[in-house]
Design a protein around this ligand. Sequence first.
Ligand SMILES: C[S@@+](CC[C@H](N)C(=O)[O-])C[C@H]1O[C@@H](n2cnc3c(N)ncnc32)[C@H](O)[C@@H]1O
Length: 209
Amino acid sequence: MELIKHYFSDLDENQLIQFGKLNELYQDWNLKINVVSRKDIDEIYLRHVLHSLGIAKVQAFKPGAQILDVGTGGGFPGIPLAILFPETQFHLVDSIGKKIKVVEEVAAGLNLKNVKITNDRVENISGEYDFIVSRAVAQMETFVRWIKGRIAKKSEHQLKNGILYLKGGDLTEELQLYKSAKIYDLSDYFKEDFFETKKVVHLPLKYKG
Ligand SMILES: C[S@@+](CC[C@H](N)C(=O)[O-])C[C@H]1O[C@@H](n2cnc3c(N)ncnc32)[C@H](O)[C@@H]1O
């Protein structure tokens, strides 16, 4: 929790309460359903919360903006971002029902009003989004195909500003198709060793149906 306060020094009282409570909620839920690996749960603020908030160092979401979190799993990066940007709307989607159940319980426990949660594959989701965020779901080519495939099928889907994807390691090969991708090193923002190879990829895809 001190880590979050250190890098996000202007949190209000409600946000401090929510970030504080998030640990106990995940610790409790993880005993019942393993949504966060055993190793990671003890370092939840570093490996999950701060990592998710890396997206906020690259992009501040505006009040009223609509964000889709694809393959949110236990709620990352969507839940920490929804706490940080309470005026922004987040739609968290995952195809695994038991993970979505935990996300629903955590969002209710934190009293998050700006989060919509859906148990489905992203290919079945329609909507108009300012950004799509994601972590550890698929290779970029597959991910883009899901998004594009959806848009080709249903005209009501719009993506205004592209994808913000949390990735690690050498991305040269994976991103060679995407000349417009911008890569931000999280080690420029966070000094912990964990972030040494961690990046945010901004792929400014704009699809209008
Ligand atoms: C490795 S987990 C990552 C979860 C979370 N984003 C995180 O970083 O902690 C990948 C998640 O993507 C979900 N997923 C994979 N393909 C999906 C799809 N087409 N639509 C929705 N969710 C998907 C899986 O169910 C799984 O929960």
